[in-house]
Ligand binder design. Structure first.
Ligand code: UD1
Ligand code: CA
Length: 537
């Protein structure tokens, strides 16, 4: 917890969080706004908001929205955060300009990207404390990935200077990067720093202080700057007064013609303000997603984190890299999860359960000692202790499966309540039905719940026996201990303790088949007279 939460009265105006979420996400090639793409079962923006809410109250969080703003707002409105409209998306600097009024009343802001969903509150809190301790006007979060390509590079005072802006833009546009870093402006600084740095080297000296003079975007790097490995991760803290005083000086002299928030490092430094870098303890948390492939890498990262969390809590997960487990899923100890299982949404699973491969459980609550055999597909339902389902059991929304219920192969249920010990072993459809304790549903039983217009209920009592291949035309009730003969089509209520058979009588003609065979001509297949086959009443 931060000081912000502990003493809200004295610091309510101290810190706000701005989440930049207006961008189009051109590189995704998607019609959906980037920040509404989902990983780990939640939108990118929802993940970021969840972290931000751990630091400040929701009314101090501002999401900058623009591209399909209404859709984005509607998707996260329930979080209680505020919104700022950036009608035209002219860059990250422009996004913060759009938030001018919103942030003016706060002493400091943290700026987050809506497309970096793995961020954890501890990191935000660490950045906030570092920013205050450094008394900086701007603190950017940096990291040193093995491959820095594509990121803005952090320039410290002893490192190659930012190239002259106009030259940089010209060269980037002409795609002649070799012209960028003329020795005339990088050489003297290297001598000053006393650390000669050959331009071919891939290692740069560790910054002696966190002080930063500029951030240079990939496309504007000089050859000397290309090897720099410390990159800007897109997470910042600003003191609002110097930010607002200088925000207007950003320009669009860059290959994208955008207003870059990253240029504030240079602008503030030039204005005599302190700009520092906070080297992130866990850079993986700050990874952003600009393409679908990057997003899927983050998804794998997030699901793996969920699997690790469960394993640390005593859950056995075989081949966890094949399982898809959402962030909010809970599983009790000693439950065993086989490869290729998906546990989604708000699913809760008890202890000592076995979940076999290819089972997909979404928003379900499952008790203890439950076995879900292979390929069960279950949504929005509850399953009580000791139940055994599958393989290929389908629970559609609204099912309540009681203790020790057994549901087997290809049994589909929807809004069905099965009481303790009920059994439906094979190939059944149970829709809008209630099935009493200990009742046995035979193979192929169907509750006919839909008359083409309305849905109707089937009620079956305790310890009843529904013979195989029976159809129960709802609305209909079958009493306790009643017995339905196989193949019946039940259209009327069946009282407790009685037998109901509703099918045509069997006709048996002894010797018929043999005599027909004997009369058939040799070497020809038996002719079938359609009038002489079948039943006569
Ligand atoms: C940005 C940084 C780069 C850093 C990288 C880290 C800039 C210019 N560059 O690049 O130094 O290494 O993040 O991931 O900031 N957005 C708006 N309005 C706009 C444009 C963008 O709200 O007009 C939002 C986007 O929706 C996104 C965030 O700002 O959530 C970042 O924008 P993006 O275009 O993804 O920046 P990067 O190219 O990743
Ligand atoms: Ca990005």
């Amino acid at each position: 917890m931060t000081e912000e939460r502990e003493t809200p009265a004295s610091t309510t105006s101290k810190l706000a969080i701005v989440i930049m979420a207006a961008g189009k996400g051109t590189r995704l090639k998607s019609r959906r706004p980037k920040v509404l793409h989902e990983i780990g079962g939640k939108s990118l923006l929802s993940h970021v908001i969840a972290a931000a809410r751990e630091i400040v109250p929701p009314e101090h969080i501002y999401a900058v929205v623009g591209h399909q703003a209404d859709k984005v707002k509607a998707a996260v409105a329930s979080t209680g955060i505020r919104f700022v409209e950036q009608t035209e998306q002219r860059g990250t600097g422009h996004a913060i300009q759009a938030a001018r009024e919103a942030i003016a009343g706060f002493e400091n802001i943290l700026v987050l990207s809506g497309d970096a969903p793995l961020i954890q509150p501890e990191t935000l809190s660490a950045l906030w404390h570092f920013h205050q301790a450094q008394q900086a006007a701007m603190t950017l979060t940096s990291a040193e990935p093995a491959d820095p390509t594509g990121y803005g590079r952090v320039i410290h005072p002893e490192q190659p200077d930012p190239p002259h802006r106009a030259t940089a833009v010209m060269n980037a546009l002409l795609d002649q990067p070799q012209k960028l870093g003329a020795p005339s402006f990088s050489q003297p600084h290297r001598e000053k720093g006393g650390r000669p740095q050959p331009s071919t080297s891939l290692v740069h000296p560790q910054p002696s202080s966190p002080e930063v003079v500029a951030i240079i975007e990939q496309k504007m790097l000089s050859p000397e700057q290309l090897p720099l490995r410390e990159v800007n991760m897109g997470l910042y803290a600003f003191r609002t007064a110097p930010l607002l005083a200088n925000l207007g000086t950003l320009d669009t002299n860059n290959p994208h013609g955008e207003l870059y928030l990253t240029d504030m490092a240079h602008v503030l430094h030039a204005a005599g303000e302190r700009v520092v870098a906070f080297l992130a303890p866990d850079a993986d948390q700050l990874l952003g997603a600009n393409t679908i492939a990057e997003m899927m890498a983050l998804d794998a990262n997030l699901r793996m984190a969920s699997a690790r969390r469960l394993m640390a809590a005593g859950v056995t997960i075989f081949r966890p890299e094949t399982c898809v487990i959402d962030a909010d899923v809970e599983v009790g100890p000693d439950t065993v999860i086989e490869p290729f299982v998906q546990l989604l949404g708000s699913t809760r699973i008890g202890s000592d359960c076995k979940i076999r491969s290819y089972t997909v459980v979404e928003n379900c609550s499952v008790g203890n000692d439950v076995v879900l055999l292979q390929s069960c597909v279950m949504a929005d339902s509850t399953v009580a202790d000791g139940a055994r389902l599958g393989p290929f059991t389908r629970l559609r929304p609204g099912c309540e499966i009681g203790e020790e219920v057994h549901m087997g192969n290809f049994v589909e249920a929807k809004k069905a309540k099965l009481h303790k010990g009920a059994k439906a072993g094979h190939l059944a459809y149970l829709g809008d039905a209630e099935i009493g304790e200990g009742t046995n549903i035979g193979a192929g039983v169907i509750t006919c719940n839909y008359d083409g217009v309305h849905k109707h209920k089937t009620l079956i009592g305790n310890d009843a026996f529904i013979g195989s291949d029976s159809t129960l035309v709802a609305p209909v009730e079958v009493g306790d201990r009643a017995y339905i003969g196989a193949g019946s089509c039940i259209t009327k209520d069946v009282p407790a303790g009685s037998l109901a058979v509703a099918r045509a009588h069997q006709v048996t003609k002894e010797g018929w088949a043999d005599s027909r065979r004997a009369h058939a001509a040799p070497n020809t297949s038996p002719a079938i007279d359609p009038n002489n086959v079948g039943f006569k009443a």
